[in-house]
Design a protein around this ligand. Structure first.
Ligand code: XMP
Length: 310
């Protein structure tokens, strides 16, 4: 595919479709939603409203970093602080699917729908890619973003029209378009990060205290493994406690699991054989997080394990 031509065609199509109207999109900082933002800004300028929702589940400094990255490109992004709303919705939930559902529902029903109404937008832009459509149609994945493919008419159901300018691309194509649009490497080369964010890495109930711990561990893992070349690396907080010793005293502390995998498309994954030196350094730093006294390395490939823990 000629990606320059793709960009020109999509810009023209967006201009034609939206006309004098207003379009809105939610940016997550992932490559797909970033490309939609840059592409639509090129086409629509001020007629595009982009929002970034802080759901309390982001990595350290992530909301501010994403907003700043786009500000540097001249693209304004509205940061919506919905931390309380999400934490309230997750309170008491321990079942993985219920947690995921609560995050999706809170995003659409309580937060994004209000932003759409406030903006007066009648077009909603979505970063759906070809793989999402194929996997949803095949029943592998339930993507909430491809209503049309599932026979739901968003114009009838919600009063706005969904546009999916990346629906013919796969991930490699999206990355190529991202580069051509001038998006920085922090976006084009970003490792995968799940929609439910750090909630996918907390076994059991999501609380602010647990988020603080897994966020700190994630920052350490991402820093230590950023040059590993691995497909994905992450930290998980277990729901159990283990006895340990700190300052000469017994302590019942938290357990962090580190995962580092190689994969091409995340459907299957093997575990990276990290050097002992790296593993020891990770352990030393992670057990320095207050309340954490064990660090484990997960040796399980996918299958039978999945990448994330919920
Ligand atoms: P699993 O855990 O299913 O993950 O082996 C496979 C890949 O998908 C990512 N992942 C998600 N990405 N929304 C996403 O956008 C999600 O709900 C989600 N769950 C998992 C995961 O990080 C891995 O790369």
């Amino acid at each position: 595919m000629n990606y320059r031509k793709f960009i020109a065609q999509q810009v023209e199509a967006l201009k034609r479709e939206v006309g004098e109207g207003i379009a809105i999109n939610a940016l997550s900082g992932g490559v797909d939603s970033s490309v939609v933002t840059a592409l639509a800004h090129k086409a629509l300028g001020k007629q595009l409203k982009t929002v970034f929702v802080d759901n309390a589940l982001m990595r350290e400094g992530e909301p501010q970093r994403v907003v700043q990255t786009f500000a540097k490109l001249g693209i304004p992004v509205e940061l919506i602080d919905a931390r309380r709303t999400f934490l309230r919705a997750l309170k008491g939930l321990t079942d993985p699917e219920e947690k995921r559902q609560a995050i999706t529902d809170t995003f659409y029903r309580d937060v994004f729908s209000k932003a759409v109404k406030r903006s007066g937008a009648t077009y909603l832009l979505h970063g759906t890619i070809l793989t999402d459509i194929e996997e949803t149609v095949a029943g592998i994945k339930r993507q909430h973003n491809i209503l049309a493919q599932l026979g739901i008419d968003p114009q009838k159901a919600y009063g706005y029209k969904v546009l999916e300018p990346l629906a013919t691309l796969r991930k490699d194509g999206v990355r190529r378009v991202a580069e051509l649009l001038g998006l920085p490497r922090s976006i084009t080369a970003r490792i995968p990060f799940p929609g439910p964010a750090l909630a996918a890495r907390i076994v059991g109930e999501v609380t602010e205290e647990k988020l603080g711990i897994v966020r700190a561990a994630t920052a350490i893992v991402e820093q230590e493994l950023q040059n590993s070349g691995a497909f994905q690396y992450l930290a998980v907080l277990l729901n159990d406690y283990a006895t340990g010793i700190r300052g000469g005293k017994r302590e019942f502390g938290r357990i962090i699991v580190v995962r580092c995998i190689d994969s091409t498309d995340a459907r299957k994954a093997t575990v990276r054989e990290l050097p002992w030196k790296t593993l020891h350094r990770l352990t030393r730093r992670i057990t320095a997080i207050p309340g954490v006294n064990r660090c484990l390395y997960d040796l399980t490939p996918k299958p039978p394990a999945t990448v994330e823990y919920i």
